[in-house]
Design a protein around this ligand. Structure first.
Ligand code: PEP
Ligand code: MG
Length: 589
C-alpha cells in the first residue's frame, strides 16, 4: 500500500529510487575507512583527544578537591589513570593501523575487547570497572566528534545513484558529501526551505523535501520511493499508477527544460528593451561551468564559506589557488567574491570558533562580517587571498551582513593592511578592487545613504533581509509559512531600497533566492532591478520570464498594488503583476 508523506517543497524535481536511512550516529561517529597514508594523522587525532580528555579531568579533579573531594575525586583519578594506560592508546592505534579505521571506531573496538575480558572475570568490583571504561571511551569519542573528521558522512555508502537518503536533518557539509556520492533525492524530517542547506540543495539540483516528520520511522530501508519536490510529497511503495504518473511528469519536466533552450541564445532583454544582466551564484567548479553554459555574464555571488567545508581553514595559498581555478572555469568573467559568512546555520560543521559555540541566538549574533572582525587572522588571510586573485581577473570583494558604515571603514583599513603586507612580499594585487556590501539587515537598508557612501556597489541578500524584516528564522521550519516575500512590509522595504539606490547611483544587484525564482522575476523588474544573481540552474527560466515581460507595465502594476488601487483584484501581488502583462499590445490578440 502506498504511504504518502508530506513536507516542505525545497527543490523541484522528481526522484525515483530506493530509500537509504541515515541514522544520526552514522553521521556523527560511525565506522569509516581511512587510507593507509592517513593512519599516522588519525593516530595523532586520537592522541590529541586523549590529551584533551586528561587535561579536562585534571582541571575537574582540582576543582572538585576544593569543593567536594573524597570519592568523587577518586573516581576522576581512576578515569585519568585509564586514559593514561598505554594499553588503551596502543590497542586503539593498532586498530587504526591494521584495520585502517577512524579513531572513534578504533576506540570502540578497544572497548568491546576490554568489556568481554572484564565480563569473564567473576568479581563484581572488577566488572564495575567496565562502566568507567565506557564513560572514558565515550568522552574521548565525543572530543573526537567535535573535531573535523577526515571525511564528512564517512559511514554512508560511496555510490548513492538511484538512492533517496532519509535523514533527520542535514548540514550543508553533509548535503555536499551526499551529492558527491550521486544521491538521487533527499528527504529530511526537519529543516526549513530557506536554510543554507536548502539553498545548497537548489544549487546542486538535488530534488529535496524537508520537514517530512517521522520519515525515518515510517519508511523502511530499501523501500521504493517517489519524491515530488514541487509539492513536497514523498510516496513510499507507490502503486503502479503513481509510479507511472511520475514517470510522465519526469518526461514533462524534461520537455520544459528543453523548451528553455530557445532562450539560451537570446539577449536578456525585456519586451520594452530593458537589458538585464544575469549573473550566477556559484562556488564549485561545476557551478561555474554550468553558469557559463547557461549564459551568465559572470559570478555575482561566490559564497566562500563552502571552501571551508572540509575541516581547518584553508591557508592563503589554497584559497588563492581556488579563486584562480574559479577564474579559469569562467574564462576570467567578472566575479564577486563574498568574504566569510559563517555563523547561524553555517558554522556547526565548519570552523570551530569558540565565539560560534557560545552563541545563544546565532542569526543575531557573531555572524559573517561581525565574526570576521573578531577572528582577524582568518579574515586577513582571506582578504590577502582575494587581493592576490584580483591581480588575475575582474574580481570584486563583497562583505556580508553589514549593519553600519563603521564596519566598512574597519574592513577598508584591514584591506589596506593586507595590501601593505602583499607589497612587502612583492606579490601583485589590484589596488582598485571594488568593495561591495550586502544589504540584508533592515536597519542598514533603511540607512542606505551612510553605508553606500563607503561602498562601490551593493548586493541585496533577500534571504536574510526577509528573515530579519519578518522576525522569522529562516532555519526554523515551524515558522517557514511566515516567510513571505510578498508581505507588504517586505515589499515596502524593497521599494525604499530601490528608491534610495536610484539617487545614490551605485550598481545594485539581488543575489538572494528571490532572484532565481521565476515567480518573483516581475516583482524585481517592477522594482527597477537590472542585475540578478542566482543559481545557474534557474538562469534560463528567469531569462524566459524577462523576455516575456514589459518592465514599465510591471512597474505600473506594482505602483497600483502599493497605492491600494489593486485591492479589489483579490489576487496575490505576483499574480497581479502577471495579469498586468496581458495589457501589453504585443499580447493582445
Ligand atoms: C542572502 O541572505 O540573501 C544571501 C544571498 O546570503 P546567504 O543566503 O548566503 O545568507
Ligand atoms: Mg545572507
Amino acid at each position: 500500500m502506498t504511504l504518502a508523506l508530506s513536507g516542505h517543497p525545497v527543490v523541484r524535481g522528481i526522484a525515483v529510487g530506493q530509500a537509504h536511512i541515515i541514522r544520526r550516529n552514522e553521521l556523527d561517529i560511525g565506522e569509516y575507512r581511512i587510507k593507509a597514508g592517513q593512519a599516522d594523522r588519525e593516530i595523532q587525532r586520537l592522541m590529541t583527544a586523549l590529551e584533551s580528555a586528561r587535561d579536562y579531568l585534571d582541571g575537574l579533579a582540582s576543582r572538585i578537591r576544593e569543593s567536594a573531594g573524597g570519592a568523587a575525586e577518586e573516581i576522576i583519578h581512576t578515569h585519568i589513570a585509564m586514559l593514561s594506560d598505554d594499553s588503551l592508546s596502543e590497542s586503539a592505534s593498532m586498530h587504526i593501523r591494521d584495520e585502517l579505521c577512524n579513531a572513534e571506531w578504533a576506540l570502540q573496538l578497544y572497548l568491546e575487547d576490554l568489556l568481554s575480558q572484564l565480563n569473564r572475570i567473576n568479581d563484581p568490583y572488577i566488572r564495575s570497572r567496565g562502566e568507567d571504561a565506557i564513560q572514558v571511551v565515550q568522552m574521548v569519542q565525543e572530543i573526537l566528534g567535535e573535531q573535523q573528521p577526515l571525511e564528512p558522512l564517512a559511514g554512508v555508502p560511496d555510490r548513492l545513484g538511484k538512492t533517496l537518503v532519509i535523514a533527520t536533518e542535514l548540514t550543508p557539509g553533509e548535503l555536499a558529501a551526499l551529492h558527491e556520492r550521486g544521491v538521487a533525492g533527499v528527504v529530511t524530517e526537519h529543516g526549513s526551505p530557506h536554510s543554507h542547506t536548502a539553498i545548497l540543495a537548489r544549487n546542486l539540483g538535488v530534488p529535496t523535501v524537508m520537514g517530512a516528520h517521522r520519515a525515518q520511522t515510517l519508511v523502511q530501508e530499501g523501500e521504493a520511493l517517489v519524491l515530488d519536490g514541487h509539492y513536497g510529497i514523498v510516496f513510499a511503495s507507490p502503486e503502479e499508477s503513481i509510479h507511472k504518473h511520475y514517470l510522465r511528469k519526469q518526461a514533462e519536466s524534461h520537455r520544459f527544460i528543453q523548451s528553455l533552450e530557445s532562450v539560451r541564445e537570446q539577449p536578456s532583454r525585456s519586451l520594452d528593451e530593458v537589458d538585464i544582466s544575469l549573473m550566477a551564484n556559484a562556488e564549485r567548479t561545476e557551478d561555474m561551468t554550468l553558469a557559463m553554459k547557461s549564459g551568465a555574464l559572470g559570478i555575482g555571488l561566490f559564497r566562500t564559506e563552502f571552501m571551508f567545508l572540509k575541516g581547518r581553514p584553508p591557508d592563503e595559498d589554497t584559497q588563492y589557488r581556488q579563486l584562480l581555478a574559479a577564474l579559469d572555469a569562467t574564462d576570467h568573467a567578472p566575479m564577486v567574491v563574498r568574504t566569510l559568512d559563517l555563523g547561524a546555520d553555517k558554522g556547526a560543521d565548519l570552523l570551530d570558533f569558540q565565539s560560534l559555540r557560545s552563541n545563544p541566538n546565532p542569526a543575531l549574533g557573531l555572524r559573517a562580517v561581525r565574526l570576521c572582525l573578531r577572528e582577524l587572522e582568518v579574515f586577513k588571510t582571506q582578504l590577502r587571498a582575494i587581493l592576490r586573485a584580483s591581480a588575475h581577473g575582474p574580481i570584486s570583494c563583497l562583505i556580508p551582513m553589514l549593519t553600519s558604515a563603521s564596519e566598512v571603514i574597519t574592513v577598508r583599513k584591514l584591506l589596506a593592511e593586507a595590501q601593505e603586507e602583499l607589497q612587502l612580499r612583492g606579490q601583485a594585487f589590484n589596488a582598485e578592487m571594488p568593495l561591495g556590501g550586502m544589504i540584508e539587515v533592515p536597519a542598514a537598508a533603511l540607512a542606505l545613504d551612510s553605508l553606500a557612501q563607503e561602498l562601490d556597489f551593493l548586493s541585496i541578500g533577500t534571504n536574510d533581509l526577509i528573515q530579519y524584516a519578518l522576525a522569522t528564522d529562516r532555519v526554523d521550519e515551524q515558522v517557514a509559512h511566515l516567510y513571505d516575500p510578498q508581505h507588504p512590509g517586505v515589499v515596502n522595504l524593497l521599494l525604499q531600497i530601490f528608491s534610495a539606490t536610484r539617487t545614490l547611483s551605485k550598481p545594485v544587484s539581488v543575489c538572494g533566492e528571490l532572484a532565481g525564482d521565476r515567480r518573483f522575476t516581475r516583482l524585481l523588474l517592477g522594482l527597477g532591478l537590472t542585475e540578478f544573481s542566482m543559481s545557474p540552474r534557474n538562469l534560463l527560466q528567469v531569462k524566459q520570464v524577462i523576455c516575456e515581460t514589459d518592465v514599465s507595465l510591471a512597474r505600473t502594476s506594482l505602483q497600483q498594488w502599493v497605492s491600494g488601487a489593486a485591492l479589489e483584484a483579490e489576487v496575490s501581488l505576483v499574480h497581479y503583476l502577471d495579469q498586468g502583462q496581458s495589457r501589453h499590445p504585443s499580447r493582445a490578440n
